[in-house]
Design a binder for this molecule. Structure first.
Ligand code: GLV
Ligand code: MN
Ligand code: MN
Length: 420
């Protein structure tokens, strides 16, 4: 017997968020680590990440939030409720970016949370449960794998000491860099939430293509990240006969082609990417003796994702053996697909409609901090369109009216959950 999903009360509360104020905060944060031509670069735990953190915390304090920083550097700003003995309803996301990031990925979810708080402050509304706005360390995983590191540690999916010892792409460790930027906090890494809701840009083409304003996110697809190292023999590019080569660069290229082939054979929604590839010695006239590359495989179905992994790893071994190159593999991240709670999905869908916005359900292709909360509390996400479906790119853009719509849906959803 299934217990019936509680039907959400979709009565709209009067306040609406101030879209212009939210846009100003987004623009101010995007100035930190700004890139020429647009976008920003705030890789986790860099000096620019620190400056971004300092700014957001200053805003949190101005809004009267009680700020705590935990041992993995997650920042939580808490707003009192009428009954502070109750677990808070939490919203938030991340403010770290990939090296070629846009101004919205992550930042929107954090700053929309602050906008909700400011709107409630102005309207003189105190919710029954406390509210909290959080931003989590190293969601991107671009400098230190795995992604969603801070929320994973906080929600018990990753050991704190393992996370602190993680060495990044530049040879520095999470623990050392947290200390260096002054964000190794002393609060315990735990946050028991009554519910979690995250607003995020879609980062894909579905909403933009269909002209729909709000996505009620049904869950997150599974993610598998693997690092492959290939060791061959470097030699002279002019004198070494093709039949005598042990070329790590060639095998890396063949693996990239094989991954595309696997995704094509399995069909959508399977996706597969070789996003990082470095060769050594990386010179025009030397056969490469070393290659390091990454495999990113994703699917909404766990069994198919496992099949993609099986085929990808077999391709690595076969292609390396054929060239006489040795291959080693290391898992960087592995998350099973995560379903979100029907209660939250229905609330997002219902409030979007009640506010007069077009809405559809869809799964998330990207990983998000929300997925770390899903095993322990009702969790959901709100998507707004990414113009042309572009993200992890300095051209990432979302329209101000869609941002306002998403933040208003967030406000209503949080209010409803915080009264429950
Ligand atoms: C991280 O956000 C990812 O989906 O790659
Ligand atoms: Mn993100
Ligand atoms: Mn991202």
């Amino acid at each position: 017997m299934h217990s019936p999903t509680p039907r959400p009360d979709l009565t709209l509360s009067p306040p609406r968020i101030d879209g212009a104020r939210l846009d100003r905060r987004l623009a101010a944060l995007a100035e930190i680590g700004a890139l020429e031509g647009g976008g920003c670069s705030r890789l986790a735990l860099t000096d620019d990440d620190r400056r971004g953190r300092d700014l957001v915390i200053a805003w949190m304090r101005e809004l009267g939030l009680e700020v705590t920083i935990d041992r993995i550097g997650n920042v939580v700003g808490r707003r009192s409720g009428r009954d502070d003995s109750l677990a808070p309803v939490v919203t938030g996301s991340h403010i770290d970016t990939v090296r070629t990031g846009g101004p919205y990925d992550g930042n929107l979810g954090v700053l929309a949370g602050l906008e909700v708080v400011e709107t409630l402050n102005e309207a003189g509304i105190t919710t029954r449960r406390p509210l909290a706005v959080a931003f989590f360390t190293n969601e991107e995983g671009a400098r230190f794998a795995p992604d969603m590191m801070g929320s994973a540690v906080q929600q018990g999916a990753l050991d704190l000491e393992v996370a602190l010892a993680t060495v990044g792409i530049d040879g520095r460790s999470v623990g050392d860099e947290l200390t260096r930027i002054g964000y190794a906090g002393d609060a315990p890494c735990e946050l028991r939430a009554h519910a979690f809701v995250e607003l995020h840009i879609e980062q894909g083409p579905v909403l933009d293509r269909e002209g729909i304003t709000i996505g009620a996110v049904t869950g997150v697809q599974g993610i598998s990240w693997t690092e492959v190292e290939l060791r061959g023999v470097s030699n002279h590019a002019g004198t070494t006969p093709m039949s005598m080569r042990r070329d790590a660069g060639l095998v890396a290229a063949e693996i990239a082609v094989a991954l595309r082939q696997i995704a094509t054979e399995l069909g959508p929604p399977q996706v597969a990417t070789v996003g990082a590839l470095t060769l050594r010695p990386n010179l025009v006239n030397v056969v490469a003796n070393h290659a390091r590359l990454t495999l990113d495989l994703r699917n909404t179905d766990e069994a198919t994702l496992q099949e993609a992994e099986r085929r990808a790893f077999a391709a690595v071994d076969e292609l390396a053996a054929r060239e006489g190159v040795t291959a080693t593999r290391r898992s960087l991240a592995r998350f099973a697909p995560v379903p979100y709670a029907e209660q939250v999905i229905a609330a997002v869908e219902g409030f979007a409609g009640a506010l007069g916005h077009s809405v559809r359900r869809l799964p998330s292709g990207a990983g998000h901090d929300a997925q770390m909360f899903a095993p322990s509390c009702p969790t959901g996400m709100i998507f707004i369109p990414s113009v042309d479906g572009i993200s992890h790119n300095i051209r990432e853009f979302s329209r101000p009216e869609d941002i306002q719509a998403g933040a208003d849906v967030l406000l209503q959803t949080l209010l409803q959950l915080a009264e429950g």
